[in-house]
Design a protein around this ligand. Structure first.
Ligand code: 3MF
Ligand code: MG
Length: 346
């Protein structure tokens, strides 16, 4: 028996938010961005997920030297808080120039802007001591099929991956697939798409995937299979655990909130796949409910982390011999009943 993994957790500062929905007011006061990092350790988290402009707010108005200087200062602050920067992601969806996508935009100027943000993200990552760049390809897709040349878009995405690999010999790229939101249809909706890009790239060992539970569900897939697929290729860079109630808006609910069994199977696959043994983080990407009052609201992070750890106990206390007997006998009704009874504790 190998020693059980002791999991490390991460989240991004955007997970402490103002709540609200697109039709109404914010339900919580904004909590100062810079103050959020002091909350992490107390909540049980040591990893920080970051966008480029989480590290350097207002970076578009700054020179390269100013960006670097601020990034270095930020890196020091993280160290003092005892925090590890898990990754840096170019936030390519709030700028005017990325309304119709960055890398796949029809406009050469927008594509150039996207690349400059990406180049700076790599520099920021280096400055704060993070090895990974996450690409959530938010607007690399379309609302109507005729608006872009999809074949060209795929070529442009691959070119971007190769360009990032060329920029820094130590950097890893983790692609975070999502099928829709904000676009109607995204070009990289699943782990299969992400890993195809990885293998087509010039150095596939440095290109991996990041599975977000809700993104897989929006694609009609089971997140545990998406995780297992990446793990089978040694390519699960990270996870964003959360939950989603069917094919609705992007919910980022607490882990396990909608479907405990689906959550259990994600934990099971991660445990069985040895995830975390090389220091990989259990990343969360959860938002508090739009109705939740308070300031700041962080309970959704603690609750999700606790649910994960309870499910680790559930995974570790499964009677493996019994499961094997059911599998050998192809008695999946008995297996199903056993799993449900185990989860319910009856
Ligand atoms: C959107 C997401 C993103 C990514 C983040 C880091 C804002 O559904 O999941 O969160 O996780 O940009 O890649
Ligand atoms: Mg995410």
């Amino acid at each position: 028996m190998s020693i059980p993994v002791s999991y490390r957790f991460s989240f991004g500062p955007w997970n402490i938010s103002e709540g609200g929905d697109p039709f109404g007011p914010d339900v919580r006061k904004a909590y100062d961005h810079g103050e959020k990092f002091a909350l992490y350790r107390k909540l049980g988290f040591e990893g920080v997920q970051l966008h480029d402009d989480d590290v350097v707010p207002g970076m578009d108005g700054l020179t390269d030297a100013q960006v670097l200087e601020r990034a270095e200062r930020f890196g020091k602050m993280l160290k003092e808080e005892g925090l590890t920067p898990e990754f840096v992601a170019p936030r390519l969806w709030f700028a005017e120039g990325t309304v119709d996508g960055g890398y796949t935009s029809n406009s050469p100027r927008d594509r150039e802007y996207a690349w400059e943000r990406t180049r700076r993200s790599v520099e920021i990552a280096r400055a704060i001591g993070s090895k990974a760049i996450v690409l959530w390809l938010a607007r690399e897709g379309t609302y109507i099929r005729e608006s872009k040349d999809a074949r060209l878009a795929y070529q442009r995405l691959l070119e971007t991956v190769n360009r990032i690999l060329d920029l820094d010999a130590g950097v890893e790229i983790w692609i975070e697939p999502k099928p829709n939101e904000p676009t109607d249809l995204a070009y990289v909706p699943t782990m299969g798409h992400a890993l195809t890009l990885a293998y087509a790239s010039k150095d596939h060992a440095r290109v991996k995937g990041l599975v977000e539970s809700a993104h897989a569900m929006l694609a009609g897939l089971d997140p545990s299979d998406e995780m297992a697929f990446a793990l089978a290729h040694g390519k699960l860079g990270s996870v964003h655990l959360n939950d989603q109630n069917g094919l609705k808006y992007d919910q980022d609910k607490c882990f396990g909130s909608t479907n405990l069994r689906v959550a259990f199977n994600q934990v099971r696959v991660l445990e069985e796949g040895g995830y975390g043994r090389k220091g990989e983080f259990i990343g969360l990407d959860v938002k508090a409910m739009r109705t939740q009052k308070g300031w700041p609201v962080t309970v959704h992070l603690e609750n999700s982390r606790r649910t994960f750890l309870h499910l680790v106990d559930k995974v570790r206390s499964v009677d493996g011999r019994l499961v094997q007997q059911f599998r050998d006998a192809r008695d999946y009704e008995a297996l199903d009943a056993y799993v449900l009874a185990h989860l319910m504790g009856v």
